[in-house]
Design a protein around this ligand. Structure first.
Ligand code: GLN
Length: 515
């Protein structure tokens, strides 16, 4: 039976599994076939690094559970789905999230051979809800990058045009969803790594409020900024997994509950009356940003028009501190990274390279051979920033800018419901175009980092495409961010659902035939 994964939302998949019209096994086989065919194709997408070897047996187990419940009648099926609302739904996992007994490498040499000894809390919660971890996805090494080109496995390409980058650092998870290899995926964010690839590949990508998802079992990059994020074709397909994922976790002291999480199970768009009351802020600093592509600006303008046509009120606001967000982000992220990555020393973690001449040499050789150039660059900068002579000048300034961003944004949300801005200054770019120019690569994050610094939720919504005659990216997807105040995750998802209702299928950039 040939199935077009493009046709399935989570809801439709679960209802087809439960009425017996589709087996979980046939469903996951589609992804496996696609993966095998892609691996052997001329220009592989390289989204998944591996599919887990127990996928089929887990699918068969789920089919068994459905069958037994069906035999016991409708109530038994309803009872089963109450306990396991995602039974049989396969999902993709970024290679920095622990899945017990499976390899975890952060796309780095230093973690070759490492096998996760336990499940991350996000994996545990999805598995308890019946979902099936499908496989491990490519990423920028240790989540440092914006294109998934800094990976020892080679780049993940953009499924819409394989000459282009998928975006990063969660490029593998994103491309897997965009190419219909998975219904939804887990990525991680420190400064935009879910929203940016979502924008480049034409799907939805949510960075939840800091703390709403546990970081237990997720390899740390910049701990005060890191957050697990979700990628899918529709806001509803993000909301449902979020409903089982969110909430406090004994193992993560920064974790917290999400108010209104019960509304996520059956996400509804805002009513017309609610929508017409929305007050939206557009930061002048982003509207006038240098390097903003004309077509991205055009998509942004048409998105604003859509909001206004439904009665929302838009104001351009001044947030001068945003001009410093990228500088503050890179100071804080790189300092935290330098300290977090010190555990990869060949003794506690990491592939040991021991020349047999003492600890210092072991440490140097392990890290010199284990880390790639971008990770090394960041460790060096981070340690420099944290060094005694620099810390007062750099780190403290970075932190005080962050406090101002947090305060100014919190104040803005006293009067507004949403900050609206493009996800990225440009659409996707060609492979190789920025890989040797770190400054240019860092500027891809111009519009995303303030969200992580302020710990607020934001979703990248596929709002259009560049024009066909765009000289750098013809007819490529453009994402617009809907960012809300802390803990307004459900609300921004509802607003994104308004967009989805008015622009059905905008989060399905490919039909199966086009792959
Ligand atoms: N591109 C940003 C960086 O390289 C963000 C990465 C991320 O969110 N993990 O730091």
């Amino acid at each position: 039976m040939s199935i077009n994964l493009n046709d399935f939302s989570i809801e439709k998949a679960v209802s087809s599994f439960s009425d017996g019209s589709l087996s979980v096994k046939d469903f996951v086989k589609e992804s496996i076939d696609f993966f095998e065919a892609d691996k052997n194709s001329k220009i592989p997408l390289n989204a998944f690094l591996e599919l887990y070897d127990d996928v089929i047996s887990l699918a068969e187990k789920a089919d068994e559970e459905y069958k037994t419940a069906r035999e016991n009648g409708k109530d038994a099926v309803a009872e089963l789905l109450k306990k396991k609302p995602l039974l049989g739904v396969p999902f993709a996992v970024k290679d920095n999230i622990s899945v017990k007994g499976k390899r975890l490498t952060c796309s780095s040499n230093i973690l070759q051979g490492y096998v996760a000894p336990y499940n991350a809390t996000v994996i545990n919660r999805l598995v308890e809800a019946g979902a099936i971890p499908l496989g491990r996805c490519n990423m920028d090494e240790f989540a440092m990058g914006s294109s998934t080109e800094y990976s020892i496995y080679g780049p993940t390409r953009n499924p819409i045009d394989r000459d282009y980058v998928s975006g990063g650092s969660s490029g593998g998870s994103t491309a897997a969803v965009a190419a219909n290899q998975a219904i939804f995926a887990l990525g991680t964010e420190t400064g935009g790594s879910v929203r940016l690839p979502a924008s480049y590949c034409g799907i939805y990508g949510l960075k939840p409020t800091y703390g709403v998802l546990s970081r237990w079992g997720v390899v740390a990059y910049g701990s005060s900024l890191d957050q697990v994020g979700l990628l899918a074709h529709t806001p509803r397909d993000i909301a449902l997994p979020l409903s089982v994922l969110s909430g406090t976790d004994f193992y993560d002291d920064t974790s917290c509950n999400l108010p209104e999480s019960e509304t996520l199970c059956d996400l509804q768009a805002l009513s017309d009356a609610e929508f017409a009351k929305l007050k939206i802020a557009v930061p002048r600093q982003f509207e006038q940003a240098e390097g903003l592509d004309k077509d991205v600006e055009a998509v942004f303008n048409s998105t604003k028009k859509w909001f206004e046509s439904r009665g929302a009120k838009i104001d351009v606001v001044d947030l001068p501190v945003l001009d410093a967000s990228i500088a503050s982000y890179y100071i804080i992220a790189l300092s935290e990274a330098a300290s977090n990555l010190s555990r990869f020393d060949g003794i506690r973690y990491g592939n040991r390279k021991d020349p047999g001449t003492g600890y210092d040499d072991l440490y140097v050789k392990t890290r010199s051979e284990g880390f790639g150039p971008e990770v090394k660059r960041r460790i060096v900068i981070g340690n420099y920033v944290l060094s005694e002579q620099m810390s007062g000048k750099c780190y403290k300034t970075g932190m005080s800018v962050r406090s101002r961003i947090q305060n100014d944004i919190a104040k803005l949300f006293e009067n507004y419901d949403l900050i609206l801005c493009p996800t990225c200054p440009t659409a996707s770019f060609k492979l190789g175009q920025k890989v040797d120019n770190p400054m240019e690569m860092y500027l891809s994050d111009l519009f995303t980092t303030f969200v992580n610094l302020a710990r607020i939720p934001s979703i990248s919504v596929p709002c259009g495409r560049t024009s066909k005659d765009n000289p750098s990216a013809s007819n490529m997807p453009v994402g617009i961010q809907f960012a809300g105040k802390m803990f307004s995750d459900a609300k921004i998802l509802r607003i994104a659902q308004n967009w989805e209702n008015d622009h059905p299928n905008c989060g399905y950039p490919l039909s199966k035939e086009e792959n």
